[in-house]
Ligand binder design. Structure first.
Ligand code: HEM
Length: 510
């Protein structure tokens, strides 16, 4: 059983806590030049790409810095020492603030948005964690494969029609269908539709609204958008209520996440999730379970298309491990170590959840240098931590999956790679996302050569998550025999390279 550590009743004031209240020596932390009264550092700031703006300032201002928007000031950290210190679970915990707090009207105390002191976090964590065990993944595997084949069915049609493919659009369809089917036995029919499923539109609407709330001094300024947001939330609720009603009508499903939510009692206390909480968890999983993985796959495909030698090496591994097996099993996906490293490297350069917030459990000093009062918080800027030249070398901006060779990983300091967050509140769906994405990349590499559009330059869109904007790829169907390619290691994959079964949530070091 994991503990978030903050004692029940040991609560801090809710709402935004500006940095000047929690950082006694805030003045020592650099901020952008040209700060102006009322607006703070907003001059020249981009509303649509706040993260990329922040990365620019990170490069100018160093491993810890602050920004101010109107009266709200926040601290960012990305230096390896500072980020590692913030990973200390004894002294720091997840902070629910900014964009995450803005999602509370939609999903309240569900796993992702729960405050540390809310008892429903522990209850849901303990009830749902077994749904992410190795056994659970192996059970999801055939459904993941089915959905991946719907994608290749669609891509074959696009190829036959002489069209390039819409990578982020199709990855979003794929990942939504995967979590909906494996988790909830539901089919949104995404690949059969010309337009986005209304659930996706409503979901994107709420995420965008949550982000916009950060860039205005008061929600009153977004009245019209606020009304649309309420309609979006109502649509999300209706969709989920239908889904639960269907499941109840059939008298139970295959033991998936929805069954766990509806029927499983806590192993120690015997408590169950309330109907309201189930609704919040279902929305959380449908949202958290697809946006980030869709972005990760899209970035990985972008880099594979630009790096034919890396793609050839990954493809050679797929051919060697899968051979002529029509439908590879769970273990054959787990053995794709090079493909997995491609994904790890894509998530290094573009962690699709690009930051997470941590707060001090008690008065402390960050990295022995910056005093923080209890409840003071900072955003760990993963997207910059993953590019720190002191950790990743002078070529940190270069795409190189070999950085994730076992020996290179061992040689690196701990807590320097955090695409899935840290500690008790780290991503519960990590193994799910990695298995799904490795399977899909394996299948696509086996079936197609990926050709970039020579005119395309990577542009990254930001909601709560990151996505390559407008990425289209040209496909060629592979005709080459599936033999071992030159340079690829021959023979079976040694056992030590195979993913070891492990707890999906609590891993040492990362
Ligand atoms: C590449 C894909 C993914 C990435 C990069 C990612 C990233 C993250 C990160 C950084 C956090 C921690 C947020 C924080 O500290 O505030 C998180 C939490 C979470 N993720 Fe993921 N995630 C991914 C896929 C998934 C999937 C597939 C699921 C579900 C099937 C999922 C469900 C969740 C949930 C429920 C939490 C909250 C956990 C808790 O607080 O107990 N995620 N994720």
């Amino acid at each position: 059983m994991a503990e978030t550590g903050t004692r029940p009743g040991d609560t801090l004031p809710k709402g935004f806590r500006s940095a000047e209240h929690g950082w006694p020596e805030l003045a020592r932390i650099p901020h952008p030049p040209h700060r102006i009264p009322l607006l703070g550092d907003l001059l020249g700031a981009s509303r649509s790409t706040p993260l990329q703006d922040t990365l620019r300032y990170a490069r100018q201002l160093g491993p810890i810095f602050r920004r101010k928007a109107f009266a709200r000031e926040f601290v960012f950290v990305w230096g390896a020492g500072l980020a590692a210190d913030m990973a200390d679970e004894q002294r720091f915990a997840k902070h629910v603030g900014l964009g995450i707090a803005n999602l509370r009207p939609v999903v309240g105390d569900a796993l992702f948005t729960a405050y540390n002191h809310e008892s429903n976090w522990q209850l849901a964590h303990d009830v749902l964690a077994p749904g992410f065990s190795r056994e659970a993944m192996a059970a999801y595997h055939p459904m993941m494969w089915d959905v991946a084949e719907r994608l290749t069915g669609h891509w074959d049609q696009e190829l036959a029609a002489g069209r390039s493919v819409d990578v982020p659009g199709d990855m979003t369809k794929l990942t939504l269908e995967t979590i909906a089917r494996t988790g909830f036995g539901h089919d949104f029919g995404s690949f059969e539709r010309d337009r986005l499923h209304p659930f996706v539109t409503a979901m994107v609407g709420t995420l965008t609204y949550a982000q916009r709330l950060n860039s205005v001094p008061s929600p009153a300024l977004l009245r019209r958008a606020g009304r649309r947001n309420e309609a979006d939330i109502a649509y999300l609720h209706r969709t989920v209520d239908d889904l639960v009603r269907e499941r109840r009508a059939t008298g139970g499903g295959p033991g998936d996440l929805l069954d766990r939510m509806l029927d499983t009692a806590h192993p120690v206390t015997g408590e169950r999730l309330s109907p309201e909480n189930v609704r919040r968890q279902v929305i959380t999983f449908l949202v958290a379970g697809h946006e980030t993985t869709s972005g990760a796959l899209s970035f990985a495909l972008h880099y594979l298309s630009l790096n034919p030698a890396i793609a050839a090496r990954a493809r050679a591994e797929v051919d060697r491990v899968w051979g002529d097996t029509a439908v590879p099993g769970y273990e054959q996906v787990a053995k794709l170590r090079h493909v997995r490293r491609v994904l790890d490297e894509a998530l290094r350069l573009w962690p699709t959840a690009p930051a997470f917030a941590r707060e001090a459990r008690a008065d402390t000093e960050l990295d022995g240098d910056h005093p923080m009062r209890r409840g003071a918080w900072a955003l760990v800027l993963t997207a910059m931590l993953h590019r720190d030249p002191e950790v990743w070398g002078q070529d940190a901006e270069r795409f190189d999956p070999d950085r994730f060779e076992a020996s290179a990983v061992r040689a690196r300091a701990p807590h320097t790679y955090k695409p899935f967050g840290t500690g008790a509140r780290a991503c519960i769906g990590r193994q799910f996302a990695l298995h799904e994405a490795t399977l899909v990349l394996g299948l696509l590499l086996r079936r197609y050569d990926l050709r970039p559009d020579p005119a395309y330059r990577l542009r990254v869109t930001e909601r709560l998550t990151l996505m390559p904007e407008g990425l289209r790829l040209h496909l060629e169907r592979r005709t080459a025999p599936r033999s071992t390619a030159p340079g690829a290691p021959a023979g079976p994959v040694p056992d030590e390279e195979v993913s070891a079964p492990r707890c999906p949530v609590h891993r040492a070091g990362d």
